[in-house]
Design a protein around this ligand. Structure first.
Ligand code: DGI
Ligand code: FE
Ligand code: FE
Ligand code: FE
Length: 187
């Protein structure tokens, strides 16, 4: 397996500096949330570092993977926002030789979540949203809720994201709605 230094180099090669710095902050944020929630800190850090590994691939590259690996053809109706997590995990397997399904699932679920999310999934989903470089209306509330309870953070983020997408007339990936519905009654 690659060491952290080697992974850092590989991530940096595939991302511009701004996106790379975001990944380093998500790594740190995920490590901290893992400590707070008794989750494996090493897995959280690796998943945090790698979560946006595929963010800057071309549509062509994603479409090829979706077709070659016979992934759900419905994915083709969406774009980079959905693909870089759900399909991005395939690049992490193929290029970085990381096969830990807990890490890969956390990457797959980091944008749209899922009806059932492990605590590691929840941590990466939230670390991406509240890392210290984030600055949007509601981020302070997201940080407070997440520190109280990961689950509260997950529902809040899902609700905010749906609102934002609808307000801006963007298409909603069905998985995003499934996440929202499943996390309704979580206190
Ligand atoms: O990759 P990041 O920018 O760090 O963050 P992210 O992976 O959480 O989200 C990427 C974008 O995806 C963000 O602008 C919101 C958008 N998104 C989330 N759910 C959906 C979505 N976009 C569409 N069109 N549909 C969704 O269901
Ligand atoms: Fe992302
Ligand atoms: Fe996110
Ligand atoms: Fe991110």
């Amino acid at each position: 397996p690659y060491t952290r230094d080697e992974l850092i180099k590989k991530v940096h090669e595939k991302l511009d500096d701004k996106r790379f710095q975001h990944c380093l902050r998500v790594e740190q944020q995920a490590f901290q949330l893992a400590k707070q929630n008794q989750v494996n800190t090493e897995k959280a850090a690796i998943a945090g570092l790698l979560h946006d590994y595929a963010k800057q691939r071309s549509d062509h590259d994603f479409i090829k993977v979706i077709n070659d690996k016979q992934m759900d053809p419905e994915l083709l109706d969406y774009g980079n926002a959905i693909w870089h997590g759900v399909v991005g995990a395939e690049f992490i397997k193929d290029e970085l030789h990381i096969f830990d399904e807990e890490i890969l699932n956390a990457v797959r679920r980091h944008t749209v979540g899922a009806p059932y999310m492990t605590r590691l999934d929840q941590i990466i989903y939230m670390a991406d949203y509240i890392e210290p470089g984030r600055d949007f209306p509601g981020v302070e509330k997201a940080r407070e809720l997440t520190n109280q309870s990961l689950k509260k953070g997950v529902f809040f983020q899902t609700q905010q994201t749906l609102k934002y997408l609808v307000e801006n007339g963007r298409p909603i990936y069905p998985g995003t709605i499934a996440t929202y519905n499943a996390w309704q009654n979580i206190q």
